[in-house]
Design a protein around this ligand. Structure first.
Ligand SMILES: NC(=O)c1ccc[n+]([C@@H]2O[C@H](COP(=O)([O-])OP(=O)(O)OC[C@H]3O[C@@H](n4cnc5c(N)ncnc54)[C@H](O)[C@@H]3O)[C@@H](O)[C@H]2O)c1
Length: 364
């Protein structure tokens, strides 16, 4: 693998997620795992590592001993510790999952890689491009798997959308319009973009397989802490393909909508609808290339069928932990590897610069 730099983001071909588990994987001893950070999200990792036949939870670590009380219920056999050093020293711990606040990711992940552990880091990989690049180099140097929990890449609806786009069903993609808003959980070390936008950015990165050309963003802070809690992010991919993301910690309602507009069909992905998460619309406009059309006379509207494909239900995080174990065993590059995390950090860092420049366009 070559050293990471900004040109790494130019192209990438993610491996197929269908290869989560093979028979060879099942035959081997489970990977010993420690989960670091047992606040809101860490217990979800613990539960999924516990339920996965490819992994064994050896330890759980949290700086706050009160957060370790639930661990005994989820993983009775796991040792608990408040000291990260214990995790690093554990010979029976081959892999570490980091679910601590974003500002701690890079330091903890680097220490774990240097101690010879494979590392799964919660999104975002790091809170700066420099730290994301540093982690990629550390993983290469120590020949360990570095994976980011871009959870949505492992969800059935997103995989279905990827298949629809790749098959040409939607035609040429014109735009992404995403809304991810709710009340809280306000973080104290990153703004709303670094907290919520990695989900949408990683989805679009996966679906398109190419990075944006430029970024512009505006955002405001209403709590006095200096961290934006409402933000609007726009990406320009060139060739008339644009994407807009609205993230908000102050919204009275929870919305998780992504509209993907195509030349043939468009779709709406509603993550909060477990029954019909995807609706495909045979609706759009056609412009006849003639003198009349240029005077605005020959635009026709297509209002065809709307349908919702059957989507298997399953917990994406279960697929995340299986894929992590699979990559450790086989040496396969994770679907959401360090470079995927770096591409998201590049957009987010540029968005911060744009906000400081009152929405100015930042070229990547
Ligand atoms: N993939 C997802 O869908 C998803 C969802 C929510 C959160 N997350 C990510 O999970 C991470 C944690 O978020 P959260 O909401 O659970 O935060 P949280 O504040 O609820 O929990 C973080 C925990 O880490 C502990 N901690 C902090 N520093 C530590 C250290 N040095 N060593 C050991 N423990 C330490 C804290 O005591 C706390 O219990 C964040 O990176 C967040 O972005 C991911």
């Amino acid at each position: 693998m070559s050293p990471p730099d900004s040109t790494d983001a130019a192209t990438h071909s993610p491996p197929q997620v269908d290869s989560f588990v093979t028979h060879a994987d099942r035959a081997k001893t489970p990977v010993g795992v420690a989960v670091v950070g047992c606040g809101y999200w860490g217990p979800n990792l613990l539960r999924n590592f516990q339920n996965c036949d490819q992994t064994r939870v050896v330890a759980a670590c949290d700086a706050d001993p009160g957060r370790l009380e639930r661990v005994g219920v989820l993983c009775p056999q796991a040792e608990t510790t408040t000291r990260f050093e214990d995790v690093l020293a554990g010979d029976d711990i081959q892999a570490v999952a980091i679910a601590t606040p974003v500002g701690t990711h890079a330091r903890l992940a680097r220490q774990a890689l240097e101690a010879g552990k494979h590392v799964l880091v919660e999104k975002p990989l790091a809170d700066s491009v420099a730290d994301a690049q540093d982690l990629i180099q550390a993983a290469e140097q120590h020949q360990r798997v570095l994976m980011v929990d871009h959870t949505f890449l492992f969800s059935e609806p997103v995989r279905h959308i990827k298949a629809l786009i790749d098959s040409g069903e939607l035609g040429e993609i014109y735009y992404f319009d995403s809304v991810r808003i709710n009340l809280g959980l306000i973080q104290n070390d990153v703004n709303v973009l670094w907290d919520l936008a990695p989900h949408d950015l990683s989805i679009v990165d996966y679906l398109l397989g190419r990075p944006p050309r430029s970024v512009s963003a505006i955002g405001t802070c209403h709590t006095g802490c200096g961290m934006e809690d409402v933000a609007y992010l726009n990406l320009d991919f060139g060739n008339e393909l644009i994407a807009t993301f609205h993230v908000n910690w102050l919204s009275p309602v929870k919305i998780r909508h992504m509209i993907i507009g195509g030349s043939k069909k468009s779709l709406v992905y509603n993550h909060l609808d477990p029954v019909e998460p995807i609706k495909i619309y045979d609706r759009g406009v056609s412009v006849t290339d003639s003198a009349e059309a240029r005077r605005g006379l020959l635009i026709s509207y297509r209002t065809g069928d709307v349908w919702s494909p059957h989507i298997e239900q399953g917990e994406p995080l279960a697929a995340v932990v299986r894929h992590f174990a699979h990559c450790i065993r086989t040496g396969e590059t994770p679907l959401s590897d360090g470079r995927a995390g770096l591409r998201i950090a590049q957009v987010l860092e540029a968005s911060e610069r744009s906000i400081k420049a009152q929405g100015g366009r930042i070229t990547l």
